[in-house]
Design a protein around this ligand. Sequence first.
Ligand code: MEV
Length: 319
Amino acid sequence: MPAVSASAPGKVILFGEHAVVYGQPAIAAPVTGVHVKVIVQPNPLQPSGSIEIESPAVNFHATRSELPEQHPLHILFQQIEQTLQISRLPAMKIRINSTLPAGAGMGSSAAVSVAIIRAITRFVGLPVDNEGVNRIAYEVEKAFHGTPSGIDNTVITYQMPIYYVRNQQPQLIHVKEPITLIIANTGEAPSTAEMVAGVRQRWQQYPQRYEKIFRQIGCLVESARQILEQGSWQQLPPLMEENHQLLQQMGVSSPALDELVKSALQCGAYGAKLTGGGGGGNIIALVQPEQADQIARQLLRQGALHTWLTTLRPIQEDK
Ligand code: MEV
């Protein structure tokens, strides 16, 4: 068996994070400038079922047998074996290389899962389709994040902007005009699982207040989808502002995120909001392409630890 590799991009949530866990729609897009690359090689000296995993960037090295039962990678290998209906995967070495920051809200756990699933299933000559990849990745996301909506694994599997409602087939969004976004990071790496659990606790305490916020977010996501598909992006900034405020009310923003949103607007971004689990992590800022580099530099001067640029582009239809 020759070595096989597979990659998966990062992701960004444009609108609807957290409310999506409660059945509201959300919009997400892939971030292709960062990725996880996985290389699978045969390990002929080891018995079948033996898997060695290394991820030099995070100083991780383990064998499958060392992983606890509940470890996401353990669940991942089991899920792959179940899906392929094989009792044991052949012996292999897996190397994970990533330019995707962990804990920054860019879907690193889902990207690792998707890239491993694609690489292993190709390695054994039994590739699975997007639906299969997505289903396995969702099982693993549950081990990482508790009660995820499934949006991260879905957008990373399909690698297209999507309109997503939990437990439904994702709908691809065809943006009419390019949308340029800066993603800027506060430098904190909060746990998405903890942020989602915090919202759940407050929702249980104040169900009416939280359900109203979730519904308001759902409504603005519907408007955002139409705007993206019609190409009238000038109408997006007020929706970004409203979404950020509703996330603040939910208790998932942080002083650093609010500060970065304010800085982005002062530097000339049209709109900005936190993205992903919150509590720190990333904001997105909608900018004019010609100003993107300059605004990104200013954000770095004003305290952002890192910035990335990403563009949602209309799909070129074949003539
Ligand atoms: C995390 O990227 C997005 C959240 O909405 C959680 C989820 O949807 O699983 C915060």
